[in-house]
Design a binder for this molecule. Structure first.
Ligand code: ADP
Length: 509
Protein backbone atom coordinates (compact mmCIF):
# COMPACT_ATOMS: atom_id res chain seq x y z
CA UNK A 1 0.00 0.00 0.00
CA UNK A 2 1.28 3.45 -0.90
CA UNK A 3 2.53 5.65 1.89
CA UNK A 4 0.57 8.85 2.54
CA UNK A 5 2.32 12.20 2.17
CA UNK A 6 1.85 13.00 5.85
CA UNK A 7 3.62 9.74 6.76
CA UNK A 8 6.33 10.02 4.15
CA UNK A 9 9.00 11.41 6.47
CA UNK A 10 8.37 8.92 9.32
CA UNK A 11 8.34 6.07 6.82
CA UNK A 12 11.55 7.28 5.26
CA UNK A 13 13.20 7.68 8.71
CA UNK A 14 12.25 4.15 9.67
CA UNK A 15 13.57 2.79 6.40
CA UNK A 16 16.82 4.68 6.75
CA UNK A 17 17.42 3.52 10.37
CA UNK A 18 16.57 -0.05 9.44
CA UNK A 19 18.93 0.04 6.47
CA UNK A 20 21.81 1.53 8.48
CA UNK A 21 21.28 -0.98 11.30
CA UNK A 22 21.34 -3.80 8.79
CA UNK A 23 24.64 -2.58 7.40
CA UNK A 24 26.06 -2.23 10.95
CA UNK A 25 24.92 -5.75 11.87
CA UNK A 26 26.45 -7.14 8.68
CA UNK A 27 29.70 -5.40 9.51
CA UNK A 28 29.60 -6.69 13.10
CA UNK A 29 29.00 -10.27 11.86
CA UNK A 30 31.83 -9.86 9.35
CA UNK A 31 34.16 -8.54 12.11
CA UNK A 32 33.24 -11.32 14.53
CA UNK A 33 33.73 -14.03 11.88
CA UNK A 34 37.12 -12.59 10.92
CA UNK A 35 38.19 -12.35 14.62
CA UNK A 36 37.19 -15.93 15.25
CA UNK A 37 39.08 -17.08 12.20
CA UNK A 38 42.26 -15.17 13.11
CA UNK A 39 42.20 -16.37 16.75
CA UNK A 40 40.98 -19.93 16.38
CA UNK A 41 42.52 -20.94 13.07
CA UNK A 42 45.55 -18.71 12.69
CA UNK A 43 46.24 -18.47 16.46
CA UNK A 44 47.13 -14.80 16.31
CA UNK A 45 47.68 -12.53 19.28
CA UNK A 46 44.25 -11.36 20.64
CA UNK A 47 45.35 -7.72 21.05
CA UNK A 48 46.64 -7.64 17.50
CA UNK A 49 43.39 -9.22 16.28
CA UNK A 50 41.28 -6.54 18.06
CA UNK A 51 43.30 -3.69 16.48
CA UNK A 52 43.28 -5.36 13.07
CA UNK A 53 39.52 -5.96 13.06
CA UNK A 54 38.72 -2.45 14.33
CA UNK A 55 40.95 -0.94 11.62
CA UNK A 56 39.38 -3.11 8.93
CA UNK A 57 35.82 -2.30 10.04
CA UNK A 58 36.61 1.41 10.07
CA UNK A 59 38.05 1.26 6.57
CA UNK A 60 35.06 -0.72 5.23
CA UNK A 61 32.61 1.66 6.88
CA UNK A 62 34.36 4.68 5.35
CA UNK A 63 34.14 3.09 1.96
CA UNK A 64 30.46 2.20 2.39
CA UNK A 65 29.38 5.64 3.69
CA UNK A 66 28.88 7.29 0.24
CA UNK A 67 26.90 4.27 -0.93
CA UNK A 68 24.74 4.26 2.19
CA UNK A 69 24.12 7.98 1.84
CA UNK A 70 23.32 7.58 -1.83
CA UNK A 71 20.62 5.05 -1.01
CA UNK A 72 19.14 6.76 2.04
CA UNK A 73 19.37 10.29 0.51
CA UNK A 74 17.80 9.30 -2.81
CA UNK A 75 14.31 10.70 -2.00
CA UNK A 76 15.91 14.03 -1.11
CA UNK A 77 17.57 14.08 -4.53
CA UNK A 78 14.26 13.37 -6.30
CA UNK A 79 12.43 16.04 -4.31
CA UNK A 80 15.06 18.70 -4.97
CA UNK A 81 15.03 17.80 -8.69
CA UNK A 82 11.26 18.26 -8.76
CA UNK A 83 11.48 21.63 -7.00
CA UNK A 84 14.25 22.78 -9.32
CA UNK A 85 12.13 21.69 -12.30
CA UNK A 86 9.16 23.88 -11.34
CA UNK A 87 11.28 26.80 -10.17
CA UNK A 88 12.07 29.75 -12.46
CA UNK A 89 15.69 28.77 -12.52
CA UNK A 90 17.12 29.72 -15.94
CA UNK A 91 19.03 26.41 -15.99
CA UNK A 92 16.19 24.09 -16.93
CA UNK A 93 16.31 20.94 -14.77
CA UNK A 94 14.59 17.91 -16.30
CA UNK A 95 11.82 16.40 -14.17
CA UNK A 96 12.78 13.29 -12.13
CA UNK A 97 11.44 9.98 -13.38
CA UNK A 98 9.22 8.59 -10.60
CA UNK A 99 7.27 6.09 -12.62
CA UNK A 100 8.86 3.00 -11.07
CA UNK A 101 6.37 1.13 -8.79
CA UNK A 102 8.81 1.37 -5.87
CA UNK A 103 8.34 5.18 -5.85
CA UNK A 104 4.62 4.69 -5.70
CA UNK A 105 4.95 2.38 -2.68
CA UNK A 106 7.37 4.63 -0.88
CA UNK A 107 5.10 7.69 -1.37
CA UNK A 108 7.79 9.57 -3.32
CA UNK A 109 5.63 9.76 -6.44
CA UNK A 110 2.83 11.38 -4.45
CA UNK A 111 5.33 13.87 -2.97
CA UNK A 112 6.57 14.88 -6.42
CA UNK A 113 3.03 15.19 -7.78
CA UNK A 114 2.12 17.43 -4.87
CA UNK A 115 5.08 19.68 -5.63
CA UNK A 116 3.89 20.01 -9.24
CA UNK A 117 0.30 20.74 -8.22
CA UNK A 118 1.41 23.39 -5.76
CA UNK A 119 3.61 25.01 -8.40
CA UNK A 120 0.77 25.13 -10.95
CA UNK A 121 -1.75 26.58 -8.52
CA UNK A 122 0.66 29.24 -7.26
CA UNK A 123 1.35 30.18 -10.89
CA UNK A 124 -2.39 30.52 -11.53
CA UNK A 125 -2.77 32.71 -8.49
CA UNK A 126 0.03 34.91 -9.73
CA UNK A 127 -1.51 35.27 -13.21
CA UNK A 128 -4.97 35.79 -11.79
CA UNK A 129 -3.55 38.60 -9.73
CA UNK A 130 -2.13 40.05 -12.93
CA UNK A 131 -5.52 39.85 -14.66
CA UNK A 132 -7.37 41.23 -11.72
CA UNK A 133 -9.47 44.13 -13.01
CA UNK A 134 -8.46 46.38 -10.21
CA UNK A 135 -4.80 45.38 -10.26
CA UNK A 136 -1.87 47.35 -11.61
CA UNK A 137 -1.92 45.32 -14.83
CA UNK A 138 -5.37 46.65 -15.72
CA UNK A 139 -4.19 50.18 -14.97
CA UNK A 140 -1.21 49.68 -17.26
CA UNK A 141 -3.45 48.28 -20.02
CA UNK A 142 -5.94 51.11 -19.71
CA UNK A 143 -3.29 53.80 -19.81
CA UNK A 144 -0.84 52.32 -22.31
CA UNK A 145 -0.22 54.72 -25.21
CA UNK A 146 -0.59 51.86 -27.70
CA UNK A 147 -3.26 49.28 -28.40
CA UNK A 148 -2.64 45.83 -26.90
CA UNK A 149 -4.62 42.85 -28.16
CA UNK A 150 -4.23 39.20 -27.16
CA UNK A 151 -5.50 36.39 -29.41
CA UNK A 152 -5.97 32.75 -28.45
CA UNK A 153 -5.00 29.75 -30.58
CA UNK A 154 -8.29 30.07 -32.49
CA UNK A 155 -7.40 33.66 -33.46
CA UNK A 156 -10.13 35.05 -31.17
CA UNK A 157 -9.58 38.25 -29.23
CA UNK A 158 -9.37 37.37 -25.54
CA UNK A 159 -8.16 40.71 -24.25
CA UNK A 160 -7.89 44.22 -25.68
CA UNK A 161 -7.29 47.56 -24.08
CA UNK A 162 -9.64 50.46 -24.82
CA UNK A 163 -7.57 52.15 -27.52
CA UNK A 164 -6.93 48.95 -29.46
CA UNK A 165 -8.69 48.78 -32.86
CA UNK A 166 -11.41 46.27 -31.97
CA UNK A 167 -15.20 46.29 -32.04
CA UNK A 168 -17.85 44.23 -30.32
CA UNK A 169 -19.45 41.48 -32.35
CA UNK A 170 -23.07 40.42 -32.13
CA UNK A 171 -22.05 37.53 -29.91
CA UNK A 172 -20.59 40.19 -27.58
CA UNK A 173 -17.03 39.04 -28.25
CA UNK A 174 -14.39 41.37 -29.64
CA UNK A 175 -13.15 41.43 -33.21
CA UNK A 176 -10.00 42.96 -34.59
CA UNK A 177 -10.62 45.95 -36.82
CA UNK A 178 -7.59 46.12 -39.08
CA UNK A 179 -7.53 46.09 -42.88
CA UNK A 180 -4.37 44.26 -43.84
CA UNK A 181 -3.26 44.03 -47.44
CA UNK A 182 -4.52 40.91 -49.13
CA UNK A 183 -1.08 39.59 -49.89
CA UNK A 184 0.48 40.38 -46.53
CA UNK A 185 -2.09 39.88 -43.84
CA UNK A 186 -2.19 38.68 -40.26
CA UNK A 187 -3.82 35.34 -41.08
CA UNK A 188 -1.18 34.44 -43.65
CA UNK A 189 1.66 35.28 -41.30
CA UNK A 190 0.01 33.39 -38.47
CA UNK A 191 -0.64 30.30 -40.59
CA UNK A 192 3.00 30.28 -41.62
CA UNK A 193 4.24 30.84 -38.07
CA UNK A 194 2.01 28.03 -36.75
CA UNK A 195 3.42 25.66 -39.34
CA UNK A 196 7.08 26.42 -38.98
CA UNK A 197 7.90 28.38 -35.83
CA UNK A 198 7.63 28.33 -32.08
CA UNK A 199 8.05 32.08 -31.74
CA UNK A 200 7.92 34.82 -34.37
CA UNK A 201 7.59 38.59 -34.68
CA UNK A 202 6.23 40.67 -37.53
CA UNK A 203 5.73 44.38 -38.21
CA UNK A 204 3.23 45.99 -40.61
CA UNK A 205 3.08 49.67 -41.51
CA UNK A 206 0.10 51.81 -42.54
CA UNK A 207 -2.68 49.44 -41.54
CA UNK A 208 -6.00 51.28 -41.35
CA UNK A 209 -9.05 50.29 -39.34
CA UNK A 210 -11.54 51.44 -42.00
CA UNK A 211 -11.66 52.59 -45.61
CA UNK A 212 -10.69 56.17 -46.53
CA UNK A 213 -13.42 58.71 -46.07
CA UNK A 214 -14.94 57.03 -43.01
CA UNK A 215 -15.21 59.14 -39.89
CA UNK A 216 -12.62 58.49 -37.20
CA UNK A 217 -10.42 56.43 -39.51
CA UNK A 218 -7.17 55.49 -37.78
CA UNK A 219 -3.96 54.21 -39.36
CA UNK A 220 -1.54 52.08 -37.38
CA UNK A 221 1.83 50.46 -37.35
CA UNK A 222 1.24 46.96 -36.02
CA UNK A 223 3.69 44.67 -34.25
CA UNK A 224 2.72 41.04 -33.69
CA UNK A 225 4.36 38.47 -31.46
CA UNK A 226 3.56 34.78 -31.82
CA UNK A 227 4.31 32.22 -29.11
CA UNK A 228 3.17 28.68 -29.85
CA UNK A 229 2.21 27.37 -26.42
CA UNK A 230 1.64 30.74 -24.83
CA UNK A 231 0.47 30.84 -21.23
CA UNK A 232 -3.29 30.85 -20.72
CA UNK A 233 -3.73 29.92 -24.38
CA UNK A 234 -2.62 33.40 -25.48
CA UNK A 235 -0.84 32.72 -28.72
CA UNK A 236 -0.56 36.15 -30.33
CA UNK A 237 0.00 39.58 -28.83
CA UNK A 238 -0.56 42.57 -31.09
CA UNK A 239 0.67 46.07 -30.34
CA UNK A 240 -0.91 48.82 -32.44
CA UNK A 241 0.67 52.24 -32.61
CA UNK A 242 -1.64 54.97 -33.85
CA UNK A 243 0.21 56.89 -36.60
CA UNK A 244 -2.86 58.59 -38.11
CA UNK A 245 -1.29 62.03 -37.72
CA UNK A 246 1.69 61.03 -39.86
CA UNK A 247 -0.08 58.83 -42.41
CA UNK A 248 -3.44 60.55 -42.94
CA UNK A 249 -2.03 63.53 -44.89
CA UNK A 250 -0.82 61.10 -47.59
CA UNK A 251 -4.37 59.79 -47.84
CA UNK A 252 -5.74 63.31 -48.08
CA UNK A 253 -3.22 64.05 -50.84
CA UNK A 254 -4.34 60.88 -52.57
CA UNK A 255 -7.96 62.01 -52.25
CA UNK A 256 -7.12 65.29 -53.86
CA UNK A 257 -5.04 63.66 -56.60
CA UNK A 258 -7.82 61.15 -57.26
CA UNK A 259 -10.32 63.97 -57.59
CA UNK A 260 -8.03 65.87 -59.95
CA UNK A 261 -7.35 62.70 -61.95
CA UNK A 262 -11.04 62.04 -62.25
CA UNK A 263 -11.61 65.52 -63.64
CA UNK A 264 -8.67 65.19 -66.04
CA UNK A 265 -9.86 61.92 -67.50
CA UNK A 266 -12.64 63.51 -69.55
CA UNK A 267 -10.47 66.11 -71.35
CA UNK A 268 -7.60 63.69 -71.98
CA UNK A 269 -9.95 61.17 -73.58
CA UNK A 270 -11.20 63.92 -75.88
CA UNK A 271 -7.64 65.03 -76.72
CA UNK A 272 -6.61 61.46 -77.56
CA UNK A 273 -9.68 60.99 -79.75
CA UNK A 274 -8.99 64.15 -81.76
CA UNK A 275 -5.29 63.33 -82.03
CA UNK A 276 -6.18 59.94 -83.56
CA UNK A 277 -8.55 61.67 -85.94
CA UNK A 278 -5.99 64.31 -86.87
CA UNK A 279 -3.37 61.62 -87.41
CA UNK A 280 -5.65 59.71 -89.80
CA UNK A 281 -6.64 62.86 -91.70
CA UNK A 282 -3.20 64.40 -91.92
CA UNK A 283 -1.12 61.27 -92.52
CA UNK A 284 -0.87 61.74 -96.31
CA UNK A 285 0.05 65.43 -95.93
CA UNK A 286 2.64 65.30 -93.15
CA UNK A 287 6.37 65.50 -93.71
CA UNK A 288 8.36 62.76 -91.91
CA UNK A 289 9.58 65.17 -89.20
CA UNK A 290 6.03 66.42 -88.70
CA UNK A 291 4.85 62.81 -88.37
CA UNK A 292 7.44 62.29 -85.61
CA UNK A 293 6.00 65.25 -83.73
CA UNK A 294 2.50 63.90 -84.20
CA UNK A 295 3.60 60.49 -82.85
CA UNK A 296 5.16 62.11 -79.81
CA UNK A 297 1.98 64.04 -79.15
CA UNK A 298 -0.03 60.83 -79.29
CA UNK A 299 2.38 58.90 -77.07
CA UNK A 300 2.46 61.66 -74.46
CA UNK A 301 -1.33 61.90 -74.44
CA UNK A 302 -1.53 58.18 -73.98
CA UNK A 303 1.06 58.18 -71.22
CA UNK A 304 -0.86 60.90 -69.42
CA UNK A 305 -4.00 58.84 -69.76
CA UNK A 306 -2.12 55.82 -68.30
CA UNK A 307 -0.99 57.84 -65.26
CA UNK A 308 -4.51 59.07 -64.70
CA UNK A 309 -5.89 55.54 -64.85
CA UNK A 310 -3.28 54.33 -62.38
CA UNK A 311 -4.09 57.10 -59.93
CA UNK A 312 -7.80 56.42 -60.15
CA UNK A 313 -7.27 52.70 -59.72
CA UNK A 314 -5.04 53.19 -56.71
CA UNK A 315 -7.62 55.33 -55.02
CA UNK A 316 -10.27 52.74 -55.83
CA UNK A 317 -8.09 49.93 -54.56
CA UNK A 318 -7.34 51.78 -51.33
CA UNK A 319 -11.05 52.28 -50.83
CA UNK A 320 -11.83 48.61 -51.51
CA UNK A 321 -13.68 49.70 -54.63
CA UNK A 322 -11.52 48.20 -57.35
CA UNK A 323 -13.96 46.01 -59.19
CA UNK A 324 -12.90 43.27 -61.55
CA UNK A 325 -15.17 41.36 -63.88
CA UNK A 326 -13.48 38.16 -64.92
CA UNK A 327 -14.34 36.64 -68.28
CA UNK A 328 -12.85 34.08 -70.59
CA UNK A 329 -10.23 35.93 -72.64
CA UNK A 330 -7.55 35.07 -75.21
CA UNK A 331 -4.29 36.69 -74.17
CA UNK A 332 -3.29 37.05 -77.80
CA UNK A 333 -6.43 39.11 -78.54
CA UNK A 334 -5.67 41.47 -75.68
CA UNK A 335 -2.07 41.87 -76.85
CA UNK A 336 -3.21 42.47 -80.43
CA UNK A 337 -5.52 45.24 -79.30
CA UNK A 338 -2.71 46.90 -77.35
CA UNK A 339 -0.01 46.36 -79.95
CA UNK A 340 -0.51 49.48 -82.15
CA UNK A 341 -0.26 51.93 -79.22
CA UNK A 342 2.64 50.04 -77.67
CA UNK A 343 4.45 49.89 -81.00
CA UNK A 344 4.04 53.63 -81.45
CA UNK A 345 5.43 54.27 -77.98
CA UNK A 346 8.36 51.97 -78.63
CA UNK A 347 9.07 53.54 -81.99
CA UNK A 348 8.98 57.08 -80.60
CA UNK A 349 11.45 56.07 -77.87
CA UNK A 350 13.56 54.03 -80.33
CA UNK A 351 12.96 50.66 -78.68
CA UNK A 352 12.03 47.33 -80.25
CA UNK A 353 9.13 45.26 -78.98
CA UNK A 354 9.38 41.52 -79.53
CA UNK A 355 6.35 39.33 -78.84
CA UNK A 356 6.96 35.60 -78.32
CA UNK A 357 3.46 34.37 -77.66
CA UNK A 358 2.46 30.78 -78.57
CA UNK A 359 -0.78 30.75 -80.55
CA UNK A 360 -2.20 27.71 -78.77
CA UNK A 361 -2.33 29.10 -75.23
CA UNK A 362 -5.42 28.20 -73.22
CA UNK A 363 -7.83 31.02 -72.43
CA UNK A 364 -7.48 32.94 -69.18
CA UNK A 365 -9.95 34.32 -66.65
CA UNK A 366 -9.28 38.04 -66.73
CA UNK A 367 -10.73 41.49 -66.46
CA UNK A 368 -9.74 42.77 -69.88
CA UNK A 369 -9.21 46.45 -69.15
CA UNK A 370 -7.34 45.81 -65.87
CA UNK A 371 -5.09 43.22 -67.47
CA UNK A 372 -4.44 45.65 -70.34
CA UNK A 373 -3.36 48.18 -67.77
CA UNK A 374 -0.90 45.75 -66.22
CA UNK A 375 0.60 44.85 -69.60
CA UNK A 376 0.76 48.53 -70.57
CA UNK A 377 2.47 49.45 -67.30
CA UNK A 378 5.08 46.72 -67.51
CA UNK A 379 5.91 47.26 -71.18
CA UNK A 380 5.93 51.01 -70.60
CA UNK A 381 8.47 50.54 -67.79
CA UNK A 382 10.53 48.27 -70.04
CA UNK A 383 10.59 51.08 -72.62
CA UNK A 384 11.19 53.87 -70.08
CA UNK A 385 13.99 52.21 -68.17
CA UNK A 386 16.09 51.00 -71.12
CA UNK A 387 18.35 52.62 -73.68
CA UNK A 388 17.97 53.52 -77.37
CA UNK A 389 17.66 50.46 -79.62
CA UNK A 390 16.95 48.35 -76.52
CA UNK A 391 14.72 45.34 -76.92
CA UNK A 392 11.68 44.60 -74.80
CA UNK A 393 10.68 40.94 -75.05
CA UNK A 394 7.21 39.74 -74.11
CA UNK A 395 6.66 36.01 -73.58
CA UNK A 396 3.85 33.79 -72.33
CA UNK A 397 3.81 30.15 -71.26
CA UNK A 398 1.63 27.73 -69.32
CA UNK A 399 2.70 27.22 -65.67
CA UNK A 400 0.44 24.72 -63.92
CA UNK A 401 -3.03 26.24 -63.58
CA UNK A 402 -1.75 29.62 -64.73
CA UNK A 403 -0.32 31.38 -67.73
CA UNK A 404 2.86 33.23 -66.94
CA UNK A 405 3.55 36.41 -68.88
CA UNK A 406 6.98 38.02 -68.74
CA UNK A 407 8.30 41.38 -69.89
CA UNK A 408 12.07 41.52 -70.21
CA UNK A 409 14.24 44.54 -70.91
CA UNK A 410 17.98 45.07 -71.08
CA UNK A 411 18.01 48.50 -69.51
CA UNK A 412 19.23 50.09 -66.29
CA UNK A 413 18.08 47.24 -64.03
CA UNK A 414 17.25 47.59 -60.36
CA UNK A 415 19.68 47.44 -57.41
CA UNK A 416 18.93 44.30 -55.36
CA UNK A 417 18.56 46.39 -52.18
CA UNK A 418 15.44 48.11 -53.49
CA UNK A 419 13.74 45.27 -55.37
CA UNK A 420 11.61 44.53 -52.29
CA UNK A 421 10.13 48.06 -52.33
CA UNK A 422 9.16 48.26 -55.99
CA UNK A 423 5.56 47.18 -55.52
CA UNK A 424 4.90 49.72 -52.76
CA UNK A 425 2.77 52.78 -53.35
CA UNK A 426 4.68 55.87 -54.59
CA UNK A 427 7.98 54.01 -54.61
CA UNK A 428 10.43 55.26 -57.24
CA UNK A 429 14.11 54.47 -57.20
CA UNK A 430 16.46 57.34 -56.54
CA UNK A 431 17.89 57.09 -60.05
CA UNK A 432 14.59 57.00 -61.90
CA UNK A 433 13.29 59.94 -59.89
CA UNK A 434 16.02 62.05 -61.42
CA UNK A 435 16.00 60.64 -64.93
CA UNK A 436 12.55 59.38 -65.92
CA UNK A 437 9.13 60.80 -65.22
CA UNK A 438 6.59 58.66 -63.39
CA UNK A 439 4.32 58.37 -60.38
CA UNK A 440 5.53 55.26 -58.57
CA UNK A 441 2.01 53.86 -58.72
CA UNK A 442 2.25 51.57 -61.75
CA UNK A 443 3.71 48.50 -60.07
CA UNK A 444 1.58 48.97 -56.96
CA UNK A 445 -1.58 48.84 -59.05
CA UNK A 446 -0.20 45.96 -61.18
CA UNK A 447 0.28 43.93 -58.01
CA UNK A 448 -3.20 44.82 -56.76
CA UNK A 449 -4.80 43.81 -60.08
CA UNK A 450 -2.83 40.59 -60.49
CA UNK A 451 -3.40 39.43 -56.94
CA UNK A 452 -7.09 40.24 -57.24
CA UNK A 453 -7.16 37.82 -60.17
CA UNK A 454 -5.59 35.17 -57.95
CA UNK A 455 -2.21 35.45 -59.67
CA UNK A 456 1.16 36.68 -58.46
CA UNK A 457 3.75 39.10 -59.73
CA UNK A 458 7.53 38.96 -59.46
CA UNK A 459 10.68 40.66 -60.68
CA UNK A 460 14.22 39.51 -61.43
CA UNK A 461 16.76 42.17 -62.13
CA UNK A 462 20.49 42.83 -62.37
CA UNK A 463 21.58 46.43 -62.11
CA UNK A 464 23.04 47.63 -65.39
CA UNK A 465 21.90 44.51 -67.27
CA UNK A 466 18.12 44.67 -67.25
CA UNK A 467 14.97 43.41 -65.59
CA UNK A 468 12.30 40.79 -66.13
CA UNK A 469 8.86 41.31 -64.64
CA UNK A 470 6.54 38.32 -64.66
CA UNK A 471 3.00 37.65 -63.55
CA UNK A 472 0.51 34.81 -63.64
CA UNK A 473 -3.15 34.74 -64.69
CA UNK A 474 -5.46 31.80 -63.94
CA UNK A 475 -6.31 29.52 -66.86
CA UNK A 476 -10.04 29.88 -67.47
CA UNK A 477 -10.87 26.16 -67.32
CA UNK A 478 -9.33 25.85 -63.83
CA UNK A 479 -11.62 28.49 -62.33
CA UNK A 480 -14.60 28.34 -64.70
CA UNK A 481 -16.83 26.57 -62.20
CA UNK A 482 -16.22 29.34 -59.66
CA UNK A 483 -17.03 32.11 -62.11
CA UNK A 484 -20.24 33.40 -63.52
CA UNK A 485 -22.39 31.90 -60.77
CA UNK A 486 -23.46 35.20 -59.31
CA UNK A 487 -26.63 36.93 -60.38
CA UNK A 488 -25.19 39.72 -62.53
CA UNK A 489 -22.93 37.38 -64.44
CA UNK A 490 -19.74 38.91 -63.11
CA UNK A 491 -17.03 36.78 -61.66
CA UNK A 492 -16.82 37.51 -58.00
CA UNK A 493 -14.89 34.69 -56.46
CA UNK A 494 -11.39 33.62 -57.26
CA UNK A 495 -8.88 31.31 -55.67
CA UNK A 496 -5.77 32.63 -54.02
CA UNK A 497 -2.96 30.80 -52.34
CA UNK A 498 -4.68 31.47 -49.01
CA UNK A 499 -8.17 30.34 -49.99
CA UNK A 500 -11.15 31.59 -51.92
CA UNK A 501 -11.72 35.33 -51.84
CA UNK A 502 -14.32 37.71 -53.13
CA UNK A 503 -12.62 39.92 -55.61
CA UNK A 504 -15.39 42.31 -56.45
CA UNK A 505 -14.74 44.42 -53.40
CA UNK A 506 -11.10 43.61 -52.73
CA UNK A 507 -11.98 41.77 -49.57
CA UNK A 508 -8.97 42.62 -47.45
CA UNK A 509 -9.65 41.81 -43.83
P1 ADP B 1 6.96 54.75 -62.27
O1 ADP B 1 7.54 54.02 -63.42
O2 ADP B 1 5.80 55.59 -62.62
O3 ADP B 1 7.98 55.45 -61.45
P2 ADP B 1 6.28 52.14 -61.25
O4 ADP B 1 5.49 51.76 -60.05
O5 ADP B 1 5.84 51.60 -62.56
O6 ADP B 1 6.32 53.71 -61.25
O7 ADP B 1 7.77 51.72 -60.98
C1 ADP B 1 8.36 51.99 -59.72
C2 ADP B 1 9.86 52.07 -59.83
O8 ADP B 1 10.38 50.80 -60.16
C3 ADP B 1 10.33 52.99 -60.95
O9 ADP B 1 10.41 54.33 -60.53
C4 ADP B 1 11.70 52.41 -61.25
O10 ADP B 1 12.63 52.91 -60.32
C5 ADP B 1 11.54 50.93 -60.99
N1 ADP B 1 11.29 50.16 -62.23
C6 ADP B 1 10.10 49.71 -62.67
N2 ADP B 1 10.25 49.01 -63.82
C7 ADP B 1 11.56 49.02 -64.09
C8 ADP B 1 12.36 48.46 -65.15
N3 ADP B 1 11.81 47.74 -66.16
N4 ADP B 1 13.70 48.66 -65.09
C9 ADP B 1 14.25 49.37 -64.09
N5 ADP B 1 13.57 49.92 -63.06
C10 ADP B 1 12.23 49.76 -63.06
Amino acid sequence: MAVKISEFFVHHRHNTIAFIMLVEILLAVLGATAAWYLWDVLRMDPLFIIFLILGLLLAIQMMLTPLVYRITGHPLKIISQAIAHVSNDPIQTPPPDVNHPKYERSGLKAMVQTIYELAVSSHHEATEAKNDNSGPYRTILNNAPCGIVALNDQGEVVLANPIAPTHETTSSGLELELMFEQSNNLEMWLAQAKDTKVRDTKVWHRIADSIPGEDGRRIFDVVAYYNKNGEQNIEVILITIDRTAEYAPDDDNMDFIALAAHELRGPITVIRGYLDLLDDELKPLLQPDQQVLMDRLQVSAEQLSGYINNILNVSRYDRNHLSLHLHEEHLIDILKSLAPDLALRAKTKKRRLIFRIPTDLPTIAADRSSLSEVINNLIDNGIKYSQDDGEVIITAAVKGNFIEITVQDFGIGIPSAIVGNLFSKFYRSHRSRQQVSGTGLGLYICKAIIESHGGSIWVRSVEGEGSTFGFTMPIYSTVADKLGKDDNGNAQIIERADGWIKNHAMYRR
